[in-house]
Design a protein around this ligand. Structure first.
Ligand code: LLP
Length: 422
């Protein structure tokens, strides 16, 4: 479900014409829909009607303060992976006791910041990390609540760069070490065991890997409890796939995922925590861009647009498919043209789509790249000294710039020439 639709021949984000945003803010620009963010959060939350769950939105997917504040108002928690994301989440109004801290390489500074804030749980990924957290907590006179992120060694499909739940991935405590890790943790004065955690991958389009992993962790919970560990929460991570408009198969709906999880966990007597990212933000955003040139190549036409791989890197990095559409609905009488849709960056990889059929377009036409709300702006860079792409949030018939485009002077002012060169 997304709120980017054609009305009277032109695409709107909720009640706002994308053309109006392009005119006022310029292009390229990310545009997010409040209604879609809210709807996705609610759909996920309501997939668990019979129990209370903590939906800890995975901040890495889209960490703009306005997006976090929108979700905070609905009661969302946050899954953070750095001290910076923790500060964002708190600043946006997400209470510390709804924050879970994930990631394989937390620094001691990040640990002490999170302990001071009073977060809900640290998801610990290795025994050395546990030892470090224990030392930090003891030095602060605190006990750190922890869950181990266990690696259930389940293949979850998806692109190899975002698959996490196999034994060969860097994530989680290896299955064969888990019991030993809990035993060690139970003897540490600065550590309080509260649960178990998993996250098996991202853009998972099939329920079977979830079923396998949950069943495996369910057995583990029984074993750990028999060994005397108080396992009160089970964090199932994120990973639920979303439609990108290609033919890769329809991902399961959140309520099917919810029904499966509820069935598999009903006798476990645990609080459930989830860390959805893409599912909430992905289809809540588009990247709005303008056609700069239409270039006739030797054997194909290129649509050169003003967005590039530094603004949205998913197609270059993961060969990801994103649906691309003109902002003006074409009339009924046209012949589709095949385009390679590319950006201005000096790399062949700066390609959003190859041989994509679109209505004929000319310079100055606006296009949208859909499903860009998750892992879009957050992965942007200033490569080629292209200013970070701005972000706009729409609500109903109003919109606001929630991160402005920096000027070239802004960018240069962060750099300096050392004394010996001036
Ligand atoms: N929890 C943990 C521990 C994670 O590592 C991730 C994502 C999530 C939750 C959220 O997963 P989601 O529900 O969004 O699938 N940049 C890539 C995706 C990387 C995902 C990394 N971890 C992309 O653009 O596809």
């Amino acid at each position: 479900m997304r709120h980017f639709e054609f009305i009277d021949g032109e695409m709107r984000a909720e009640g706002v014409a994308l053309r109006a945003i392009a005119e006022q803010v310029g292009t390229p620009v990310y545009v997010y829909s409040t209604a879609t963010l809210e709807r996705h959060y609610r759909v996920f939350d309501e997939a668990f009607p019979t129990r209370s769950v903590l939906v800890a939105y995975s901040v890495k997917a889209n960490s703009n303060l306005a997006v976090l504040a929108t979700l905070a108002r609905l009661g969302a928690g946050a899954d953070v992976v750095s001290g910076g994301e923790l500060i964002r989440a708190l600043r946006a109004g997400i209470p510390a006791d709804k924050v879970v801290f994930s990631g394989v390489g937390k620094t001691q500074d990040e640990m002490s910041g999170a302990l001071t804030a009073g977060i809900r749980v640290f998801n610990i990924e290795s025994e050395p990390e546990l030892t470090a957290l224990n030392a930090v907590a003891v030095s602060m006179g605190k006990r750190a609540p922890i869950a181990f992120r266990v690696n259930p060694d389940v293949s979850a499909g998806g692109h190899e760069k975002i698959s996490t739940g196999k034994a060969e991935n860097k994530f989680g405590v290896a299955w064969s070490h888990v019991e030993q890790a809990y035993a060690e943790a139970s003897n540490m004065p600065g550590i309080e065991i509260v649960g178990v955690d998993m996250h098996i991958g991202s853009q998972i389009t099939d329920l079977a890997p979830f079923q396998k992993a949950i069943t495996k962790v369910g057995e583990l919970i029984k074993t750990l409890r028999a060994q005397g560990h108080p396992i009160r929460s089970f964090d199932l991570g994120g990973g639920l796939g979303i439609p990108y408009g290609d033919n890769a198969g329809a991902p399961p709906l959140p309520n099917a995922y919810g029904a499966l999880v509820s069935r598999l966990t009903q006798d476990m007597d645990v609080d459930l925590i989830f860390e959805p990212g893409r599912m909430i933000a992905g289809n809540a955003g588009v990247l709005l861009s303008k056609v700069l040139y239409v270039k006739e190549g030797a054997d194909r036409n290129f649509l050169i647009i003003d967005a590039a791989m530094n603004d949205l890197i998913r197609p270059s990095l993961y060969d990801a498919f994103h649906d691309i559409e003109p902002v003006c609905a074409p009339g009924s009488d046209f012949t589709e043209t095949l385009y390679d849709i590319v950006g201005p960056v000096c790399e062949t990889g700066d390609t959003f789509a190859k041989q994509r059929a679109l209505p004929p377009l000319v310079a100055e036409d606006l296009v949208v790249i859909h499903t860009a709300g998750a892992y879009g702006a957050v992965q942007a860079s200033q490569y080629n000294t292209r200013p970070l792409v701005p972000e706009v949030l729409v609500q109903g018939d109003q919109f606001e710039v929630i991160r402005p485009r920096p000027s070239i002077e802004d960018i240069l002012s962060t750099e300096s020439i050392p004394n010996w060169l001036v």
